[in-house]
Design a protein around this ligand. Structure first.
Ligand code: UD1
Ligand code: UDP
Length: 378
């Protein structure tokens, strides 16, 4: 009997992370990997496009939870995911990243008892092995919902696959036993490297009438930046000044942010702003690669720009991905005018330098699958 692995994905940043893992597990005879889509993100532009472009197999199970408050969303995933575990009786549950779907499925799996115990190198057990991919990241900011999700998921997971060297340090400081931790590199970068050639032939620049290196690329969706109308208006005002002085800004707008811009009645000058809905993964990579600078509050985009060698100005007070600053092209700009403008100026003053962090080499998912294979070699 193959070892059954339930892989979970729910929101946009999960899809490029789960894609190479599904592929790598599929290449091992030992495993039967099934994909559960929680439905946290459901718009085609935030979900289906990734399956189409990245060749992710269609989810075996779609929970269809949709939007809600944190509690509603987490609770819905938990209730429905428990039923999945009852039906599937998996030996392994694998979650990625730091969204509500991640923590919800970790909580359920950690307390779930299987009908049949199984044996692996960790002994005989009657609950699934919980695996967290992208473990150990910490912003040290509990106002960020993702920070709670990361800490809880890490605390509950049996195996912690780390992408950023800081992850090892953070987990060790929290007293995590070394045998639970493995530094495997960054699965999101597996996807980027695999898709880069295809992305570079995207025609998005000519479609939008953009010149290579002649625009800035903006994304915003952190609740701390967009949910408060004054804060949102302030950040857009600072970005608008950059657009006036330097380059037009392309802004693929996340639905959360679109709603807040409309609610706040913020009008953008169309001669300086190219507003679109969220764009597909390949078009977005082409936009990043051709940008003079990316200005964003995203987590994953800090990593992708590092590998593409494009400057990234992060519109946040902290980052859980410090390697992108220490080794990559990222600069932490904060959210005040007095800090964003100097960060922007410093960022455009020099050619982006930076190197690719260790193990961000396209082989992280293979390392994960090899490690898991080893775990069941008993
Ligand atoms: C979620 C994650 C965040 C991640 C982001 C990536 C949590 C707590 N947050 O934030 O970590 O960085 O995804 O994009 O898990 N909506 C749509 N269509 C959709 C999905 C959402 O219109 O397909 C709208 C709904 O109005 C919803 C709002 O966007 O209320 C927010 O969606 P939600 O998944 O709750 O949080 P995100 O801000 O997307
Ligand atoms: N992304 C995309 N289209 C967009 C914006 C982002 O394909 O319009 C991709 C981006 O390249 C990265 C992922 O979405 O792979 C990051 O998601 P997001 O910024 O929403 O989440 P975070 O990383 O902040 O959790």
């Amino acid at each position: 009997m193959p070892i059954k692995v339930i892989c979970v994905a729910g929101a946009r940043p999960n899809f490029p992370k789960i894609a190479p893992i599904m592929r790598a597990l599929g290449a091992k005879e030992r495993f039967e990997a099934k994909l559960v889509h929680t439905g946290q993100h459901y718009d085609d532009a935030l979900s289906k496009v990734f399956f189409d472009e990245l060749g992710i197999p269609r989810p075996n199970i779609d929970l269809g939870v949709g939007s809600g408050t944190h509690t509603q969303q987490t609770a819905s995933v938990m209730t429905l995911f428990e039923k999945v575990l009852e039906d599937e009786q998996p030996q392994v549950v694998l979650v990625v990243g730091d969204v509500n779907s991640t923590v919800a499925c970790s909580l359920v799996s950690s307390k779930f008892r299987l009908k049949q115990p199984f044996t692996c190198t960790r002994g005989t057990r009657d609950r699934p092995i919980m695996i967290h991919v992208e473990a150990g990241l910490r912003s040290f900011d509990n106002d960020m919902p993702e920070e709670i999700n990361r800490k809880v998921t890490d605390c509950l997971s049996d195996v912690l696959f780390v992408s950023d060297p800081a992850g090892n340090v953070n987990l060790a400081k929290e007293g995590t036993k070394a045998e639970r931790i493995s530094f495997v590199g960054n699965v999101m970068i597996d996807t980027l490297l695999a898709a880069k050639e295809k992305a570079m032939s995207s025609e998005i620049l000519s479609t939008l009438g953009l010149q290579e290196g002649g625009y800035g690329l903006v994304t915003l969706h952190r609740p701390s930046n967009v949910d408060d109308p004054e804060q949102l208006e302030h950040i857009i005002g600072v970005l608008d000044d950059i657009a006036k002085q330097d380059v037009p800004l392309v802004f693929p707008v996340h639905p959360r942010t679109r709603a807040r811009i409309e609610d706040a009645g913020i009008a953008m000058d169309e001669s300086r702003w190219f507003m679109t809905g969220p764009v597909g993964y390949l078009d977005f990579m082409r936009l990043m690669a051709g940008a003079k600078v990316v200005l964003s509050d995203s987590g994953g985009i800090q990593e992708e720009t590092t590998v593409l060698g494009v400057r990234c100005v992060t519109l946040r007070e902290n980052t859980e991905r410090p390697v992108t600053i220490e080794e990559g092209t990222n600069v932490l700009a904060g959210i005040r005018r007095e800090t964003i403008m100097p960060a922007w100026e410093a960022s455009i003053a020099a050619e982006p330098s930076g190197r690719i962090p260790r193990f961000w080499d396209g082989k992280s998912a293979e390392r994960i699958a090899d490690y898991m294979d080893e775990m069941f070699s008993v």
